[in-house]
Design a protein around this ligand. Structure first.
Ligand code: CA
Length: 511
């Protein structure tokens, strides 16, 4: 009878030894930060020295993709390791927080867990020892954050700084003897792009290079692009552009004025008043948009620097996996747009940088095709915990260690549901490989096929063009294979959420 007791004792001791080695995980996620606004990814428009440190001292993933390029669905995919057709969040609907999530599993597995910042899932966080979140989208200035027991208004404070303060406090005050998992989610650089004053003034007179596709006229592409309402030229509101309402305007009238999409704007340039229209106005709108967007990114970069500083100063750095990502990419004037949703590269690609001195070689670059549904399995494997069979992603831990398995995926499945949504974007699904992309806008029966090697800007739709019959047939077969393998049985007859979840909610309060 003594042997089993000894065995149990040894097992417990071995377990606690392993537990002591388990890495901390800090997952910093911003909202709408495109990889091409990070200098480590070759940005032409800004520099991000602190985020770049993660690339220099860790690993830069070049092919991480979102499975549904919109905020709430991506957050649900990250938490559950499941695609939208499984996790119950295809659009802006409420996440059922009784579901299995990576946070719950890590907490049950002995991690001290925290969630600070933007949650935006319509229900309160579960599986966290400490959480403090913005209601819905939250506010840039004077932000309110709430907990299970109350809320606090941070008067005179900027949201990115407040989230950073709280996250650092979570790390400093964590209980001893346990690894921790922290989700630190920034609101920035989400619309309406309100910078803190020091960066607003720094960027207000900066000229931002225009992207090569700003004037894309969508020749050869489907109606979906022509129908979209996220164009820099036509769809930015006076609020987006930070235009000042006339004095005396109040209430609904003021709101109407701010929500208007102006087709002429009078500005003072060099002491002279000029009214801009047409192409000149589009150029001006692009500058106004990008100056503010990039100024909010600069505060996020500072935030990453503060986290790095604390890890370095406390000796936590070595065995802490520090990740920087965004819930999806974003159009920075690319194809003339400013939002996301489409399966095009600029918003399909997520920035993903990981530093972990104990497990990642500095300065590494990974080409492996990774997805947001891979994050949860990655954290679980890094923590030495089993990955549940109903998670649909695959752990990136071998990739972190520089050993991509030979049978790694070579294609990915994408599906966007929120039609028309705020920007009149058509529902679509598609497949991407290392070299090609096929998209089906199934409502109109229109398709797009791109050769990503010869046309990385996705300007030439090859669908139906002679000579592309074989690749088209292969990609259609692959799309169907992925759809079936992932259990997406919906026949694309509806863009509505599956039965059993709440309907779309325009303004998610969070409780
Ligand atoms: Ca987002």
């Amino acid at each position: 009878m003594r042997l089993p007791v000894l065995t149990i004792l040894l097992t417990v001791l071995a377990g606690s030894a392993a537990a002591a080695d388990r890495p901390n995980i800090i997952f910093i996620m911003s909202d709408d930060h495109a990889a091409h606004a990070i200098s480590a990814y070759g940005s032409r428009v800004n520099t991000t020295p602190n985020i770049d440190r993660l690339a220099r001292e860790g690993l830069r993933f070049d092919n991480v993709f979102v499975t549904n390029s919109i905020c709430t669905p991506s957050r649900a995919a990250i938490l559950t390791g499941q695609y939208a057709h499984r996790n119950g969040v295809p659009v802006f609907n409420r996440f059922d927080s009784s579901r299995q999530t990576v946070a719950r599993l890590l907490q049950a597995g002995g991690y001290h867990t925290g969630m600070i910042g933007k949650w935006h899932l319509g229900s309160d966080p579960a599986g966290f020892d400490r959480w403090e979140i913005l209601p819905g989208q939250g506010a840039y200035m004077d932000p309110v954050l709430y907990t299970a027991t109350g809320e606090k208004t941070y008067r005179g404070r900027y949201v990115t700084d407040v989230i950073t303060d709280l996250a650092l406090d979570f790390i400093r005050t964590r209980p001893a003897g346990k690894p921790f998992f922290l989700m630190m989610h920034h609101k920035a650089p989400h619309r309406h792009w309100v910078p803190e004053e020091k960066y607003r003034t720094q960027f207000e007179n900066r000229w931002i290079p225009e992207p090569p596709t700003l004037w894309d006229a969508y020749a050869t592409r489907t109606d979906a692009l022509r129908e979209n309402r996220q164009r820099v030229s036509a769809d930015l509101t006076r609020r987006d552009l930070k235009l000042e309402p006339p004095a005396g305007l109040a209430g609904p009238e003021r709101e109407r004025w701010l929500s208007t999409r102006p087709d002429e704007v009078t500005v003072a340039i060099g002491g002279k008043t000029t009214t801009l229209t047409g192409e000149a106005l589009t150029r001006w709108k692009y500058q106004r948009y990008m100056q503010d967007y990039l100024a909010t990114v600069q505060s996020v970069d500072d935030s990453v620097g503060r986290v790095l500083g604390l890890l370095d100063a406390t000796g936590l750095a070595k065995n802490t996996i520090l990740i920087y990502t965004s819930d999806q990419g974003f159009f920075l004037g690319d194809h003339g747009m400013y939002d996301k949703r489409f399966m095009y590269e600029e918003c399909l690609r997520m920035p993903f940088l990981a530093r972990w001195p104990a497990g990642i070689k500095a300065g590494a670059v990974a080409r492996a095709m990774a997805l947001n549904v891979d994050f949860a399995p990655t954290f679980l494997e890094a923590a030495g915990l089993p990955v549940p069979a109903d998670m649909q992603g695959r752990s990136l831990v071998p990739v972190l260690h520089g050993r991509t398995p030979a049978d790694w995926r070579t294609s990915m499945y994408y599906r966007y549901y929120h039609d028309p949504g705020d920007h009149n974007t058509r529902a679509h699904y598609g497949v991407r490989t290392a070299t090609h992309k096929l998209i089906s806008f199934w409502k109109s029966g229109q398709w797009e096929l791109f050769d990503l090697v010869n046309d990385p800007g996705e300007l030439h739709n090859l669908y139906g063009q002679p000579g592309h019959e074989t690749i088209t047939a292969d990609l259609k077969a692959e799309l169907l294979r992925l759809k079936q393998a992932l259990g997406d049985e919906d026949q694309f007859a509806t863009e509505q959420p599956p039965a059993g979840v709440d309907g779309p909610v325009a303004k998610l309060r969070g409780r």
